[in-house]
Design a protein around this ligand. Structure first.
Ligand code: 13P
Ligand code: SF4
Length: 308
């Protein structure tokens, strides 16, 4: 079966829109109607008039799309496509943590479950996190969850003291500092760019730190330069496609990592076959409890409002 042809046929037949994250396999990025970072994807999900949102990303992203546009059918090619960051913050434990620290504004990184969003005052993504934190009055104490690495980065950049949840991303913690230094010694004319989910020692080596879209834009603006890219390796596809003459090397992962570069096994669970199957069967669908939708919507909308 010609999957590209069949997926395009189903797209028309079902009035579907395919939204894909930069970490998806190349074929999925190429067939998507829109490829973006978490913020861009949620903006697209909120404004689409398609009947079906086919979310080629991970569960929390598809869930955010459902919360923003609940009348739409939202399908995810593989329901097991989760996220280590989202898993690191269970709702019951987080609720206790919030109760133990009253009077704090609760800011959560979008990489968390709908239940966690429902417990939050405002959501953020890696592209607007600094702006969101800076929008909170200086004297107001802040809880930031679930990513401690992004949290530390924000603290360093803004000087705000925040209470951090102890969560992290397995992919961005897999970069090897020793190998990165060795690689940079071998290629001294390459600039290191990094995603803020990376650990502080990695971020300290970077000339640019930002979201996936931010990193792509930075490379676009500096096409005469060469880059070592410290984020999930899927991003190299779009970078190379848009900037074919720019030389890029993925940042190396630790010896014990399953992949020589850094791949998110959750993101890579989605395949072209599963994409086709989920469009054909309109399953698996993302369902979110209406009470959770009601409570999670406001903190996401606050973020979108501040991101305009
Ligand atoms: P971005 O919003 O920067 O695309 O990040 C999403 C993500 O899951 C990074 O690991
Ligand atoms: Fe989650 Fe990390 Fe995968 Fe992003 S790369 S989806 S944060 S596990």
């Amino acid at each position: 079966m010609d999957l590209v042809k069949e997926i395009n046929r189903l797209k028309k037949e079902k009035n579907a829109v395919i939204l894909a994250h930069y970490y998806q396999v190349a074929e999925i990025q190429d067939i998507a109607d829109y490829v973006g970072d978490s913020l861009g994807l949620s903006q697209k999900a909120a404004e689409t008039d398609a009947d079906m949102i086919v979310f080629a990303g991970v569960h929390f992203m598809a869930e955010t799309a459902k919360i923003l546009n609940p009348s739409k059918t939202v399908v995810l090619p593989d329901l097991n496509a989760g996220c280590s960051l989202a898993d690191s913050c269970p709702p019951e434990a987080f609720e206790k943590f919030i109760k133990a620290h009253p009077n704090h504004v609760v800011i959560t990184y979008v990489n968390c479950s709908a239940e966690i969003k429902a417990l939050s005052d405002i959501v953020c993504t890696s592209s607007n996190a600094l702006k969101i934190v800076q929008s909170i009055p200086k004297e107001t104490p802040i809880i930031f969850a679930p990513d401690k690495n992004l949290g530390r980065y924000i603290i360093n950049e803004t000087g705000r003291d925040m209470l951090l949840w102890d969560g992290s991303c397995v992919v961005h913690e897999a970069f090897s500092m020793d190998k990165l230094i060795a690689l940079h010694q071998e290629y001294p004319d390459y600039k290191i760019i990094a995603h803020p989910e990376s650990e502080t020692h990695i971020l300290n080596t970077a000339t640019y730190i930002g979201s996936t879209s931010g990193m792509i834009n930075y490379v676009k603006e500096n096409q005469d330069q060469k880059f070592i890219v410290a984020t999930e390796a899927g991003i190299l596809h779009k970078m190379q496609q848009e900037m074919p003459n720019t030389e890029l090397i993925p940042a190396p992962a630790k010896e014990d990592n399953t992949c020589a570069c850094s791949e998110c096994h959750f993101m890579k669970m989605n395949t072209m076959q599963k994409l086709y199957d989920c469009m054909l069967n309109e399953a698996p669908q993302i369902d979110v409890n209406p009470d959770i939708i009601e409570r999670a919507l406001l903190p996401i909308e606050r973020m979108l409002e501040l991101s305009k």
